[in-house]
Design a protein around this ligand. Sequence first.
Ligand code: NAP
Length: 248
Amino acid sequence: MGRLRGKVAIITGAGRGMGQSHARVFVEQGCKVVLTDLNAETGNAIAAELGENAIFVEQDVTRLESWASVVSAAQDRFGGVDILVNNAGILGPLATTQDLSEAEYLTVCAVNQHSVFFGMKAVLPAMLTRGRGSIVNISSIAGMAANYGFPSLAYVASKFAVRGMTKATAMEYGKHNIRVNSVHPGFIQTPMMVEATDEVGGEALAQIPLGRIADPREVSNLVLFLASDESSYITGAEHLVDAGMLAH
Ligand code: NAP
């Protein structure tokens, strides 16, 4: 307990799935958390359940202007920002490249990629004021290799981009004690996974050396480590949490 005591975090896409799990684990570890999501009903319910150290702000991460109110909420309610977890994301259509429309491609990139730029741009002034910061950008195994199981050029493009953007910003802000890392989950049991496929069956499971889908908390444990001072010498790095899938 208390691994994030005294720190303030913003977590996007925190209404469900992994974002919700990260918010729970952060609050358990003494962090004050601003949860954001498109869905105000579930977001408000989770924040209320987490108690006085959590607030919810409705946000569409693709809108740059939405970020100012999220950062203001963190500053007004909790006094600053130390941690950003850019978690919100969509899988988008599972379509081959020729069948993917321009609009579908742009939407996936807006949610998964452009929002990561907007989020980092928005929190960096507050982190510079604080003299410290940890940004954790959620990519995917699809940000490391294209053969992760589903056809989606847009998803792969956006997740590769997140990995590169992480390194670029880490290079710029290391001297200011602001660390930036990317996390690359494999198959995690969340609503996104359920919506993508009814069941991850025998063939897919055979690709996973540990032979099972992860509980979201197994990703939260890594995000917690990267957000905390325990990872003080780690920046600009990519971190797999994939049960060995990319070890093939
Ligand atoms: P999820 O269950 O679908 O949750 C994603 C959350 O992001 C939802 O609460 C969703 O809100 C929110 N969101 C979507 N678009 C948004 C927007 N424009 N603005 C604000 N919030 C938005 O997904 P998940 O599986 O937890 O995934 C979390 C992250 O991990 C994503 O970046 C995903 O790409 C990545 N990832 C997932 C897996 C996996 O196996 N599940 C593997 C690798 C990487 P609504 O519910 O209101 O739409």
